[in-house]
Design a protein around this ligand. Structure first.
Ligand code: 5AD
Ligand code: SF4
Length: 466
């Protein structure tokens, strides 16, 4: 019997990749993909725990499914990912119609668990034992890598792929749930990564498209794989992947400031396929806050790192994340964050209001910045970032940029007749978003676009020949 699968994904790119891999594996086993929970036999939510808001969204979605499940009790509802690992059994207490809870370290068993639930064995909860109670070796085994071969049909596009190089996180920033839900840092062997990228490049060549690969890790630049006689770091891995035929662009996210080494910057400078784009979250510009966050650097050290980036890779786009309203953040602390954002001129920043995460050290401290103050700081920092983004984007007006065309833009309408241009979106190697009108056949190809207009996050232009 074919089972119809619906999967909804929240959270980061790591989760998007897990969903792609889960889908790929289930399609291989004869499932088909549908686009609404009502049409599905199996409904999966791949969840995020990084902020309360992400969790609330899942509980609302589960709430809406209650009636669907009452009417069709044979439908299987599953909660996967970070929230599954964090909340385990208590998900069933809040949403008793859930049949399956599977943590990120147990995704390799999902297909078998779905079969068991379909055979009447539910509900099933499969999560890794808490990291705090395990030795490092036990924790590594408990958070197993899930990187099955992927079917072309499950990939959102042949011209873009995410490849995991590093699992988990060992940084233990005091606000962050990731180290407990994603387990200890584990670098995948370079040979395995190379084989995966070669396979993706082969698929892209067969489809006649370019390939952009984004290497993923929670702290991607702490990648470290020991082999007899040598240790592989991210810079070495980039050099190893670079010559692969069919690979057009290589990116990597997310970086930790501590591991932005001179070697890594030299690799970004010297390897033309590697995008001069570095997402290196600062989180705050105030030393007292950075110390409480246990980030391991001061604002001055972060600025020195920025100077090194600018000196080695002039023109590189640097982006950041910020948390505003962390425990004890004063107005003066927040002003230091504004100073950093003003001086750094990030291409873009993702700004979040601090959300206490039970189980983290900071959750035991007073969440003492009132919500309206968090909101105001968020808005102020966003307004500053937008003004900088727009100013810098405006400098691109008149220039011709090379982009990889990703697909139809969000505003694209279905063409009235075949061959008619539609609104397309692509990105420069510096990760700037470019919107232009062109034929759908451009998707997956490089194009040159002359920029005519700009907003804080988007460039608008017209395709040219060179
Ligand atoms: N509250 C708010 N934002 C958070 N982030 C991580 N944990 C929290 C939290 N508890 C943000 C950080 C991180 C991004 C992925 O999410 O800025 O870089
Ligand atoms: Fe969310 Fe972090 Fe899990 Fe990604 S790793 S889904 S950001 S909690």
């Amino acid at each position: 019997m074919t089972r119809r699968l619906y999967i909804e994904t929240l959270g980061c790119q790591m989760n998007a990749l897990d969903s792609e891999l889960v889908t790929s594996e289930l399609l291989e086993r004869g499932y088909t993909l549908v686009h609404s929970p009502r049409a599905a036999d199996v409904i999966l939510f791949n969840t995020c725990s990084v902020r309360q808001h992400a969790e609330d969204k899942v509980y609302s979605a589960l709430g809406r499914l209650k009636h669907v499940k009452e009417r069709s009790p044979r439908k299987i509802v599953g909660v996967l990912g970070c929230m599954a690992q964090k909340d385990g059994q208590s998900i069933l207490k809040r949403a008793p119609h859930v049949d399956l809870v599977v943590g990120p370290g147990q995704l390799g068993r999902l297909a078998e668990l779905l079969d068991a639930v379909a055979a009447g064995a539910g509900p099933r909860i499969e999560i890794s034992p808490p990291r705090a109670n395990s030795t490092r070796a036990e924790a590594k085994a408990a958070f197993a890598s899930f990187d099955p071969p992927r079917a072309t049909a499950a990939r959102p596009a042949a011209h873009q792929a995410m490849v995991r190089i590093l699992l988990g996180c060992d940084k233990f920033c005091t606000y962050c749930i990731v180290p407990s839900v994603r387990g200890p840092e584990q670098s995948r062997p370079p040979a395995e990564i190379e084989a995966e990228v070669r396979h993706l490049a082969q698929q892209a060549l067969q489809c006649g498209v370019c390939l952009e690969v984004t290497l993923l890790g929670q702290t991607v630049n702490s990648y470290r794989h020991r082999e007899p006689g040598r240790t592989w770091r991210l810079a070495d891995l980039l050099a190893r992947l670079h010559p692969i035929e069919g690979l057009t662009r290589l990116k990597f996210v997310t970086n930790h400031p501590h591991h932005v080494t001179d070697d890594l910057l030299a690799a970004v400078r010297d390897l033309p396929k590697v995008s001069p784009y570095l997402h290196v979250p600062a989180q705050s510009g105030a030393d007292a806050v950075l110390a409480r966050m246990k980030r391991g650097y001061t604002s001055g050290q972060y600025r020195e790192m920025l100077d090194r980036i600018r000196a080695t890779v002039p023109g590189a786009a640097v982006t950041s994340d910020f948390i505003v309203g962390f425990c004890g953040e004063t107005e003066n602390d927040f002003e230091r964050t504004m100073d950093l954002a003003r001086d750094a001129r990030f291409k873009n920043s993702f700004i979040f209001k601090y959300s206490p995460r039970p189980g983290t050290p900071a959750a035991q401290w007073d969440d003492d910045v009132p919500e309206p103050v968090k909101r105001r700081r968020n808005n102020d920092l966003l307004a500053l970032q937008n003004a900088i983004g727009e100013e810098d984007n405006r400098r691109c007006v008149g220039q011709t940029v090379e982009i990889l065309v990703e697909g139809p833009s969000k505003m694209a309408r279905t063409p009235a007749s075949p061959g008619e241009p539609i609104q397309l979106v692509g990105r420069t190697t510096c990760d700037r978003i470019v919107v232009f009108d062109g034929p759908p056949e451009r998707i997956g190809q490089l194009a040159h676009v002359k920029i005519e207009n700009a907003s804080a996050l988007t460039l608008f232009g017209r395709e040219t020949d060179t």
